[in-house]
Design a protein around this ligand. Structure first.
Ligand SMILES: C[S@@+](CC[C@H](N)C(=O)[O-])C[C@H]1O[C@@H](n2cnc3c(N)ncnc32)[C@H](O)[C@@H]1O
Length: 271
C-alpha cells in the first residue's frame, strides 16, 4: 500500500475527484470492501467510508473492465442518491426546464436508461399529470411505473415523436460514448430532451482514455444538443450530490413541432 499517493495535492479538489482518483488506483482493484474502507479511513476520509459511497467505490473499482460493470451495485447507490437529494435535483430540473422557455405541456416522459425509479418520483412531482415510462436495456424493479426492457436504440426507432414528450437521459451517455448519436436520432430530435450528465474533469478524461472513448465528456452532449438545435437549449452546471460528482443538466426544446407534410396527389395527371 506504500505506493498509494498521499492526497495532499488533491486536498483542494472535490470529494468527487478523490473518489475517482482512488477508484482509478490499480492496487485497490482486487481489494475487498473492508480493505478499501480501512484505506479510506487511513487517508482521513471517514466520511467516504459510509456504506453508500463504498458501494459506489466498489462499483468504480469493478468497472475497470467495461464489460464487467455490475449495474445492480451502481443502481443501489444511484437510487439512494436520487432519494436523498430529491429536493436539490427537482430544483435543477425545474431550473433547466424554465430557462428553456419553450417548455410545452408535457404529457409523456420516457426515462431512458432509468436504472431505478428514483428519478421518476422527482419527474412526477415536476409534471404531476404526465405519464412516466422507464426504459432500460436491463430489467428495472418498479412498483409504481410502467417499465420496458428495451435498448434505447430500439425504443427510439419505434417512438412517435411529439413536442409534448420529454425524453430524460440521466447518466446514460457516459456508459457508452457511441450512444450520444441517439441525441440526433430523427425521432428524439423532435421531442423535448433533458440530459443530466457527468461533468468533464481530469479523472473523467483519464477514464475516457482507459475506456477507449466509451466514457464521454459532457461537452460532447452539449455540442450535440446545439448542433441539433433549431430550438433553444440551456446548460446548467451543478453538483448533484454534496459529496459526489459534479454534473451538467442540459435541456433542449424544439421550437415548434412540424408534422411531416403529406404530398397531395397529383390529380391533373400532368408531370
Ligand atoms: C449509470 S446508470 C444511470 C441510472 C439512472 N438514469 C441515474 O441517473 O441514476 C446507466 C443505465 O443505462 C442503462 N443503459 C446503458 N446502455 C443502454 C442502452 N443502450 N439502452 C438502454 N439502457 C441502457 C444501464 O442498464 C443503466 O441502468
Amino acid at each position: 500500500m506504500s505506493m498509494i499517493p498521499t492526497l495532499t495535492n488533491v486536498e483542494q479538489e472535490s470529494i468527487a475527484e478523490i473518489v475517482h482518483l482512488i477508484s482509478l488506483y490499480p492496487l485497490l482493484y482486487d481489494e475487498p470492501e473492508e480493505e478499501v474502507e480501512r484505506i479510506l479511513k487511513s487517508f482521513g476520509l471517514e466520511h467516504l467510508a459510509h456504506k453508500k459511497y463504498l458501494t459506489y467505490l466498489m462499483y468504480c473499482l469493478d468497472a475497470y473492465t467495461p464489460d464487467d460493470r455490475d449495474y445492480e451495485k451502481l443502481r443501489d447507490t444511484l437510487y439512494s442518491n436520487s432519494i436523498d437529494n430529491a429536493k436539490l435535483i427537482k430544483g435543477k430540473i425545474q431550473e433547466a426546464l424554465r430557462i428553456g422557455a419553450h417548455c410545452p405541456a408535457i404529457k409523456t416522459i420516457y426515462d431512458i436508461g432509468a436504472g431505478h425509479e428514483g428519478y421518476a418520483d422527482i419527474l412526477q412531482e415536476v409534471y404531476p399529470n404526465a405519464k412516466i415510462i422507464l426504459i432500460d436495456k436491463a430489467k428495472i424493479k418498479s412498483t409504481k411505473y410502467k417499465t420496458k426492457k428495451m435498448t434505447a436504440e430500439k425504443f427510439l426507432d419505434n417512438l412517435k415523436p411529439s413536442s409534448s414528450t420529454l425524453l430524460f437521459f440521466s447518466e446514460f451517455f457516459h456508459c457508452k460514448g457511441r450512444a450520444k448519436k441517439l441525441l440526433v436520432h430523427n425521432n428524439a430530435a423532435r421531442c423535448c430532451i433533458l440530459v443530466n450528465e457527468l461533468l468533464n474533469n481530469p479523472f473523467i478524461k483519464f477514464r475516457l482514455q482507459q475506456t477507449d472513448g466509451d466514457l464521454i465528456q459532457v461537452s460532447d452532449v452539449v455540442s450535440l444538443l446545439k448542433l441539433n438545435g433549431n430550438g433553444s437549449d440551456t446548460c446548467i452546471r451543478h453538483s448533484r450530490y454534496e459529496t459526489m460528482f459534479p454534473y451538467y443538466m442540459v435541456s433542449y426544446y424544439p421550437i415548434k413541432f412540424v408534422k411531416p407534410k403529406k404530398t397531395p396527389p397529383n390529380r391533373s395527371g400532368k408531370l
